[in-house]
Design a protein around this ligand. Sequence first.
Ligand SMILES: C[S@@+](CC[C@H](N)C(=O)[O-])C[C@H]1O[C@@H](n2cnc3c(N)ncnc32)[C@H](O)[C@@H]1O
Length: 354
Amino acid sequence: MTGIMTGTAGHASPPSAPPHAPVLLAAVLGVMAARDGATYIDATFGAGGYARALLDAADCNVLGIDRDRAALALGDKITERYPGRLRVVSGCFGDMVEIVKALGIERVDGIVLDLGVSSMQLDDAGRGFSFRHDGPLDMRMGSGSAVAADVVNTYPEKDLADLIYRYGEERASRRIARAIVKARAAAPITRTGELADIIRGQVKSGGKKGAKRRDPATRTFQALRIHVNDELGELGRGLTAAETLLVSGGRLVVVSFHSLEDRMVKDFIRLRSGGQPRPSRHRPLAAGFSRPPSFKPIGRGVVKPTAFEAAANPRARSARLRAAARTDAAAWNMPGSPGPAGDSEETAPGKDAP
Ligand SMILES: C[S@@+](CC[C@H](N)C(=O)[O-])C[C@H]1O[C@@H](n2cnc3c(N)ncnc32)[C@H](O)[C@@H]1O
C-alpha cells in the first residue's frame, strides 16, 4: 500500500457541533478496525464524521471524497486539525480509481460509503432537497447541469411516472405524474413547496396509524434526487472501484438508506463472495456460475441502528450497514477479465416499471 496524505498544517479549532451526526459510527469503526500506518477512503466525506473518527482511532491516513462544494469547504477546515494525515478532494466516488491513481495511491486498507444526502444538504432550503423547507427545485449534490426542475417540467408523463415508480417505489406514480403534467401546463413548477403540494393533493400520508406519518412527497422527492444525481449508477461504479482499490484483507463498509441501495449492496457482496445472483425474470439463474470470490462478508448480513440511536437521530432510522473484506482473488471487473463485468445486471438497479 502506498500513499501519504498531505494536508495544511494549522491550529484552527473544530466546529462545536458537527452539522451532520454520523450514522452507525460505532459499527463503522468496529468493521474498519483502524490501524497505524493504514490508508482509508471516506468516499462520502460530508461533515467528516467517519474520517475524523478513523483519524482519532489510529495514526492512519484518510482520503475524503465528496462531490459537494459545501462538504469540501468544511473538509478544508477539518484537514487543518490532522496535518499530513487527511486530504479531502472533489469528485464522485464512482470515479474513485482515477481519483486515487491521480494522487499516486495504489491500494487502500478500507473504504466507507455513507450514501444519500447529508443533514447540511437537507437543511439548506436553497439546495432544493427538502419538501419541508420551500426552495428552488434543484437537488444537485454536485455541479451537474440538470436540476430537478428540468426533469419535472420537461419529461414526458410516462417517463416521469416510470422514474417515480422505479426510484421512489411509489405506487401512485402515474397519478402523480399526471398531476405534475397538468400543473406545469399552467406554469413551470420551480419550487419544492409547489411540487410537494401537487403530490399531497394526490397521495395520502403513508406509515402506520399512531406513528409519525410519512409525508406523501417523500417517495417522489427521493426518486427525483436519485435520478438527478445518478445515485444508483454511482453506487454500482463505486462498489466495483472499491473491489479494484482494496488490498487483500481491506474492508468495504456501506451505509445505505433505502431498499434500492441496500439491495444493490447486498447483491454485490453476495455475488462477489461466491453466492448465486438473484434470479429474476430478466435473468434466469445461470448454471455452473462460479469465480474465485473477491470478497468475504463480515458479520451476519445487515446492521441496523439501535432503538436508542434511531430515537436520538431520526435520520438514522432507515440506515442499513453491510460490510465485506477483500480476498486476494483478482477483481472481477478488471479490464480483460472474463465473466460478469462491474456494471452488469448484478449491480444495476431493478428494471421493473409500471
Ligand atoms: C450522508 S452524507 C455523509 C456524511 C458523513 N459520513 C459524515 O459523517 O459527515 C453523504 C455525502 O456524500 C456525498 N455524496 C453522495 N454521493 C456522492 C458521490 N457519488 N460521490 C461523492 N460524494 C457523494 C454527499 O454530497 C454528502 O456530502
